[in-house]
Design a binder for this molecule. Structure first.
Ligand code: AOF
Ligand code: ZN
Length: 367
């Protein structure tokens, strides 16, 4: 039975919802390819499912087809994104669909990649496949927001995160831990979903952070560590330097310190000599463009107060997570206040999500 607003049945919606869930869990783990979910149904029974492979290949449709042990002829395929129709690193999914005699294809939204965009509908129709698009479109647009931003702006999708105490302190030299262990899980989930994590060498040298994803079994999906370090002040005894391997660390600098540079390069870090502007600062936009070019599609900024403020002032975050503890933090000899509450209230006040997590309050601001 179809619902009032569109011609899709509640069963169609259920199957597409499953496809969206499959895409959602793999999101952030498919490199430069979007994460797609695919469900194949025959006589109202699910006969196969597929997701885009880790790193982006094989495509979801390919996986669903090759996972299937039943006859595919006359089945119906639900896909979260327009299936590809081009020869890229993999052959066209439309061809695979036709070859396997799948008789109906429902997909949610058009791909934004110009190689693919909008062409699959007629290709499938010409092959006598009953094709419909627009099923759960709103949900899919939400899921692919970051992919659309990537491709349109040639920039990473940027998530900011900060943890502060009740008295708005983000660092104190006498008490390090601000938010709860439960909140740490959410931080690590964000690290899982991002392929790059950005901090300054100042934060690195003060906090000696690990910046990895410590959710059980997901360590291997830890993001690349990206350090802004104009004068190459990075502490060579820090955890980050000790754990440099396989180009997992990118350092933007503007320094002539030969010894330090060659030490870091030998360890396996990628050093990028980045010119500064007339105020002797890095141009963040230029850095973000470079990061996109080298494969960082989803970037988490776990900055200190200054870096966070720069991003907020320029409205460069697509999402911003504020973790607020219910406790005051003792101020030691050194402490840092969070100074961007005003910017958040004026520039990011339109769309907020609030929830409690253990003893903390989380607020997500979205653009
Ligand atoms: C699909 N299913 O699961 C994904 C698609 O280089 P290739 O061959 O991997 O093609 C990359 C393009 O395929 C990518 O830019 C995007 O347009 C699309 N992604 N398509 O049919 C999938 N991930
Ligand atoms: Zn494909």
């Amino acid at each position: 039975m179809s619902t009032k607003k569109d011609s899709f049945t509640s069963k169609d919606k259920k199957f597409m919802k499953l496809a969206l869930d499959l895409a959602r869990v793999r999101k952030g783990l498919t490199g430069d390819n979007p994460s797609v979910g695919c469900v194949i149904v025959k006589k109202d029974k699910i006969i196969s499912i597929g997701q885009t492979g880790y790193g982006g290949r094989p495509h979801a449709e390919h996986n669903a087809i090759s996972n299937c042990f039943e006859e595919l002829k006359d089945s119906k395929m639900y896909i979260t994104l327009e299936p590809c129709n081009h020869y890229g690193k993999t052959p066209p999914c439309t061809k695979n669909i036709v070859k396997n005699k799948i008789s109906e294809v429902y997909y949610s939204i058009d791909d934004i990649d110009p190689k693919v965009k909008g062409k699959s509908y007629s290709i499938l129709k010409e092959n006598n496949i009953n094709v419909k698009k627009g099923l759960l479109k709103k949900e899919a647009l939400n899921l692919y927001k970051s992919y659309y931003i990537n491709r349109k702006k040639q920039l990473p999708y940027i998530i900011g995160k900060i943890a502060l105490s009740k008295n708005k302190i983000i660092y104190s030299d006498i008490s390090k831990k601000i938010t709860s262990k439960t909140s740490d899980k959410l931080t690590h989930y964000l690290r899982l979903k991002c392929d790059g994590i950005l901090i300054t060498s100042k934060t690195l040298n003060t906090d000696n952070p690990k910046l990895d994803c410590r959710l059980d079994g997901y360590m291997k999906f830890s993001p690349k560590r990206i350090i802004l370090d104009k004068n190459l002040r990075i502490d060579l005894k820090s955890y980050i330097v000790k754990s440099i391997k396989n180009e997992n660390t990118i350092i933007f600098h503007n320094s002539n310190n030969r010894n330090k540079k060659s030490f870091l390069i030998k360890k396996g870090a990628i050093l990028i000599n980045q010119p500064t502007n007339k105020y002797k600062n890095f141009d963040l936009k230029k850095i973000l463009k470079k990061l996109y070019m080298i494969g960082v599609k989803n970037l988490l900024v776990e900055g200190g107060d200054k870096l966070t403020k720069s991003f907020l002032q320029k409205r460069m975050f697509n999402e911003f997570y504020m973790f607020k503890s219910s406790k005051n933090l003792l101020k030691g000899n050194k402490y840092v206040n969070f100074t961007s509450s005003g910017i958040l209230d004026t520039k990011y006040d339109k769309y907020k999500i609030n929830f409690k997590l253990a003893t903390d309050k989380i607020r997500i601001y979205k653009i």
